[in-house]
Design a protein around this ligand. Sequence first.
Ligand code: CA
Length: 228
Amino acid sequence: MAKVLVVEDEPDIRQMLVRQLRDSGFEAMGVGTAKEALESVKAEGPDLILLDLMLPDMDGLEVCKRLRRDPVTERIPIIMVTARASEMDRILGFELGADDYLTKPFSPRELVLRIRRSMDRQVPAPTNGDLLVFGELTVDVPGHRVLVRGKGVDITATEFRLLTVLARRRGRVQTREHLLQEVWTHGERDEIDVRTVDTHVRRLREKLGSAADLVETVRGVGYRFAAP
Ligand code: CA
């Protein structure tokens, strides 16, 4: 389920948007300030951000700029939301890399359409039926199999989850904290820390052999599955 972060300081509008998104099958969460938004993006790793232009503590454009400057967040699609069409000129003038723009009021249908479209523009995983194919590496998701140059790789369930989480969000840096949240269960997380992620990535790379370079290290931040 795709996760959408709604950044909107008007509580009524925020709640309405979160509700509409949930009704449309998204996982949605809302925050009311730029500060919360920047924290939440790091902690939650949303798949898309719906960002209001006018926020109490910081201009939405500044938030957008900061997200684009940070390698962890630079590729997350952002839809800027404005209250007036006249503000659109200001947004477009900045060219900060928002993926789309919406002017209030908009219908739930339009909102969902725009979100789907922005997400579709993300680098899609090349698929061959249920297989994810990345050069020498093939991941058979339903079959829980990994092949390198057509040969099966002996991979643990944890390594498989780690690989698929990375591959599904390829091109985007994922922090070790985020990987810990996504790959390990709540109970397991009590026993381990982020260094465990490094250990598993190392083992995964060893097993991937000639395809190991697909899992890139982003120093001091986390890991990224290579995008073309
Ligand atoms: Ca506002």
